[in-house]
Design a protein around this ligand. Sequence first.
Ligand SMILES: [Zn+2]
Length: 243
Amino acid sequence: MPVDVGGRTFKTKTALENELKRISKIPSEVAQNQPFLLACVTCYSKVQDAIADVDGCLTGVTCGPNPAKAQYGTGTNVYCLQAQIKGLGEPMCMSSDYIARSVVSRASADAVRARRPVATKIEKLRDAVQPQIADFKDSARGNSWACNGCQSPLNDLIPAFRHVDHTGGYEFRHLKNEYARIHHNGDVTQIDTTAFATFHAQNARLQMLCIHCNVRKKRKAQDTYVSDNPLALARPTKPGASS
Ligand SMILES: [Zn+2]
């Protein structure tokens, strides 16, 4: 999962850690990258605790020798990033590894928090169109009551095996995304459930499927999911998997 911090994106936690390590050895880089470093370091719980302890604030990030490592290390390897905290007697040495870890865990917590309202809204939208699904099932019962895939008679099946399905280009997720795109700049959480139910009634194309055809369709959709999922393209490619 890519990591966004301080206006920059890193493919992995290790990539971020390596960049922090690189910067920490060059004082001029440390000075030039202050906004980025501050964004990273403010995620670090050790720094947050220290700030709370002294009721201070983070005034900058510098680099210097880490006394703990200086005893046995040499050269630039003993250099580390240091948090300058107002109220704290001396700069706080930080490990690039731990800073990167803190950034990643903050980023994934943010991602979970951002996803939760979307999932809740989708549940509400599904509930809102449930009466339409039930109505369709009732009306279909009166007509040719057969699976739209294999044409087998649905009367032979128990109710749980008779499924109402959105057809091809009008899957539920397409309708939901399209509505959000038209009315709310793509923000699903802003959708009004009643208004969406109307939109769904006008645009959804429903069909009856037997459980076998519906499962087969879902499995097929899963297989092609990667190719029509734009997020899949943003994922870092595995090392060695050159195209
Ligand atoms: Zn069928």
